[in-house]
Design a protein around this ligand. Structure first.
Ligand SMILES: Cc1ncc(COP(=O)(O)O)c(C=O)c1O
Length: 396
């Protein structure tokens, strides 16, 4: 198994889980990348109301003007950014926003290339979200992985960034708050990183899809708030996690007008824009954002605490408290697991104990595991208990 692409492990894990479910076996799902909650009623009703009107034409490529305005107003009010509606495009999920951006910025007509034959280097701090290197490769860019460490709280620093920089690097991906580590950067840390990125002439793609899932009183800082670098910072956002709307596939990208115009053109030749049904749901989400975000945030914080308590109870372990996102990111060693690699461990854990987890190798960090607290309480408590029993067996 080791040496294969992470996607293959995910596929193996998924197919084992599906086969088990088909046989009626209860699988504890600690692998989800989403808050397992109902989409808020008010959002569902808005979409239904729109459907019932019956007139559902093609959308405009950059999205409904009302939604673009609401999304930018929300960002500006909540995170002190300064976007106008025409600096925003509605896309089919944050992932597709990143896909379009890398298609443009790594592609033939990239404004970042000196010669059309240049390969655009994309700096990606590890542990990373699996899709960054994968999409970069699809777009013929070159992923350049920057390793961060547990001792350094998995944070990228200007020093690490400078040490990894080579002249072909044109783009830096930054994920704040981060999947899988839960890292949350302070304003001072981000400012130092943005200054360094500017010095190095990098375009920053700041993936902020977990901004609504921050559980401390720390300020959430959007890279879009560093308005002095506005032309070189692109923000990717989403309704997926913030509003519990993963399946609606609705994200947005905030950038200068030129980039937005190009992404709109690319979208006309790919998705033709986002379904108006989903856009009308999202309009209701933004119109009721304060209430919805608070509710989802508090539900996920509660699940995080239940999860950590289960580790205390069944493992006798006080794990570091994730400040943000949906994940406990920990080494096999911290769980008392030795003599097996993370991919083999996750497959065995699922086959023998019916617990689905994601191996760290997929995120560029062998020896670790990502355990999600996005699922319901039964999965969380049952999953940790089954995990603890399995580890005891393994160590016998
Ligand atoms: C770090 C990160 N970025 C982006 C996404 C994509 O989100 P979506 O396409 O649902 O908006 C995810 C989804 O899991 C993610 O974890």
């Amino acid at each position: 198994m080791s040496g294969k692409l992470q996607a293959s492990v995910t596929v193996v894990i998924n197919s084992i889980a599906q086969a088990k479910k088909a046989q009626g076996i209860r699988v504890f799902n600690l692998s989800v990348g989403e808050p397992k909650l109902m989409t808020p009623e008010i959002v569902r009703q808005a979409a239904i109301k729109f459907v019932e009107k019956g007139d559902i034409p093609y959308p405009s490529p950059a999205g409904e003007p009302k939604l673009r305005k609401l999304a930018t107003d929300w960002m500006n009010a909540k995170y002190a950014t300064s976007y106008t509606a025409d600096e925003c495009i509605i896309v089919t999920g944050g992932k597709f926003g990143i896909y379009l951006l890398l298609e443009y910025l790594c592609g033939q007509n990239s404004p970042l290339k000196t010669n059309p034959t240049d390969t655009v280097g994309v700096l990606i701090p590890a542990p990373y979200w699996v899709s960054y290197p994968a999409i970069t490769k699809i777009m013929n860019g070159k992923p350049i992985i920057i390793n961060t460490t547990e001792a350094g709280e998995w944070k990228l620093t200007p020093e690490i960034l400078k040490a990894s920089y080579t002249p072909d690097c044109k783009i830096m991906m930054l994920n704040n708050a981060a999947n899988p580590t839960g890292v949350l950067y302070s304003r001072a840390e981000l400012k130092a990183l943005m200054d360094t990125a500017h010095e190095l002439g990098l375009t920053v793609i700041s993936d902020e899809v977990y901004s609504g899932l921050v559980y401390t009183d720390d300020e959430y800082v959007s890279c879009g708030s560093f308005t002095e670098y506005k032309d070189n910072i692109i923000v990717v956002q989403s309704t997926s996690k913030t509003f519990a709307m993963t399946g609606w596939r609705l994200g947005y990208v905030l950038a200068n007008k030129d980039i937005i115009t190009t992404l709109s053109a690319l979208s006309t030749q790919s998705t033709t824009g986002v379904s108006l049904i989903c856009q009308h749901g999202a309009i209701a989400a933004f119109e009721n954002a304060d209430e919805i975000v608070a509710e989802i945030n508090s539900a996920m914080k509660h699940r995080r605490d239940i999860f950590l308590n289960a580790f205390k109870e069944y493992f006798g372990l006080e794990l570091p408290v994730p400040k943000a996102a949906l994940y406990v990111w920990t080494s096999l060693e911290s769980l008392g697991i030795h003599g097996i690699n993370d991919e083999e461990f996750c497959i065995k854990l699922l086959e023998e104990a019916n617990v689905a987890a994601v191996p760290g190798s997929g995120f560029g960090q062998a020896g670790y595991v990502r355990l999600s607290f996005g699922a319901g309480e039964d999965d969380l408590v049952g999953g940790v208990k089954a995990l603890a029993d399995f580890v005891k067996q393994l160590n016998k």
